[in-house]
Design a protein around this ligand. Structure first.
Ligand code: 3PG
Length: 400
């Protein structure tokens, strides 16, 4: 169901699940990409005269309020971007929330406090989750699912509440799914995937799937050292998941059999410690000194990755190539971002997935519109590519 199919929304209370999980430095939002991406749906509902009740989470609090995870700074930023006041409720389903929703007029926007301050939101116990979903549903007449970044979570505000109210899909979720579908269903080839980020273990299922679908897999970031170790290279003090080396060897073998090219860095920026001021040097990927750790792919690898991406018609990128937040280790991530920008200009479909990669390209000075699509979902986009059923999407197709 689309929002239009919910009928006339004037005067109706509409609960919107957005993903407003933004990085904060104290109370300062360091990347407001997810808030910006959530604005069009909230504005659409407000313009239609709905009383808009936005709900979202921030971070991973353990089912109880914690100041550092309050959504209050997000309410202020959302108001600025919408160009109208946003009432902030200091709880989620309690007195403050009820009073704010009761006082809302047509077109008004209320943001509820962090959903995860309530244990029912993330509970594995269906009854506990259902009870919390019931309290959320009591605040509204209809529900709109617009938090793409959380559709892979079977949580009260994503899944259970959608079964209790007339539910529709928001424009952000529609757009994200539309783009990711182009990657999974007959992508224009060659189709390359660039994977980075810290842990291989987070990405095993997606690697398994990509070996069946992509033509080329480029690996960087912290996870690359497990790949290098699987080639019997010395990785010094670099991040290594020793228990995954055998699994990775299996992937390398499978990729060879299927004719999927796996591209690994040929050089590495190796430092004496995880710090911007540490002594660092570029070393061959096969010869990382025992007392050093790799913190970025090296310059030759940046050139190699750009060459391997050149000519590709579809590229998906998830995860930075190095510790980009520190200037000496940002060049690898910048090289990949630049290669994607050039491909976009040549008409290829380029998709950047995940909070970290999106924040990285913005921090490095790139603009969102230089890429085909910047996904707001990290885990969600990877699970979509894995071909998993995502609870927040399947629930919208259920008959009520
Ligand atoms: C994300 O940051 O990927 C989403 O907001 C989901 O957050 P979570 O991984 O804490 O569920």
């Amino acid at each position: 169901k689309s929002i239009a199919e919910l009928g006339d929304l004037r005067g109706k209370r509409v609960l919107v699940r957005s993903d407003l999980n933004v990085p904060l430095d104290g109370t300062t939002i360091t990347d407001d990409g997810r808030i910006r991406a959530s604005v069009p749906t909230i504005k659409q509902l407000s313009d239609a005269g709905a009383r808009v009740v936005v709900c979202a989470h921030l971070g991973r609090p353990k089912g109880a309020p914690e100041d550092k995870y309050s959504l209050r700074p997000v309410a202020a930023r959302l108001g600025e971007l919408l160009g109208r006041d946003v009432t902030f409720a200091t709880d989620t389903v309690g007195e403050s929330a009820k009073a704010a929703v009761d006082a809302a007029g047509d077109g008004d926007v209320v943001l509820l406090e962090n959903l995860r301050f309530n244990p029912g939101e993330t509970s594995k116990d269906e009854a506990e989750r259902g009870a919390f979903a019931g309290e959320l549903a009591a605040l509204a007449d209809a529900y709109v699912s617009d938090g793409f970044g959380v559709v892979h979570r079977k949580q009260a505000s994503v899944y259970d509440v959608a079964r209790l109210l007339p539910a529709a899909v928001g424009g952000l979720v529609e757009t994200e799914v539309g783009v990711l579908r182009r990657l999974t269903e007959d992508p224009d080839r060659p189709y390359a995937v660039v994977l980075g980020g810290a842990k291989v273990s987070d990405k095993l299922a997606v690697i398994d799937n990509l070996i069946q679908t992509a033509d080329r897999l480029l690996i960087g970031g912290g996870m690359v050292f497990t790949f290098l170790a699987a080639q019997d290279y010395e990785v010094g003090r670099s991040l290594l998941e020793a228990d995954q080396v055998e699994t990775v060897k299996g992937y390398l073998e499978q990729a060879r059999e299927r004719g999927v090219e796996i591209v690994l860095p040929v050089d590495i920026v190796a430092a004496t410690e995880f710090s911007a001021d540490a002594d660092h040097e570029v070393v061959p990927a096969g010869a990382i000194p025992a007392d050093r750790m790799g913190l970025d792919i090296g310059p030759e690898s940046g050139v190699l990755f750009a060459e391997k991406l050149d000519g590709c018609r579809t590229v998906f990128w998830n995860g930075p190539m190095g510790a980009f937040e520190m200037e000496p280790y940002a060049a690898g991530t910048a090289a990949v971002a630049k290669a994607l920008v050039e491909l976009t200009e040549k008409g290829a479909l380029t998709v950047v997935g995940g909070g970290d990669s999106a924040a990285a390209v913005r921090q490095l000075g790139f603009e969102d519109d230089q890429f085909g699509h910047i996904s707001t979902g990290g885990g969600a986009s990877l699970e979509y590519l894995e071909g998993k059923q995502l609870p927040g999407l399947t629930v919208l197709d259920e008959e009520k």
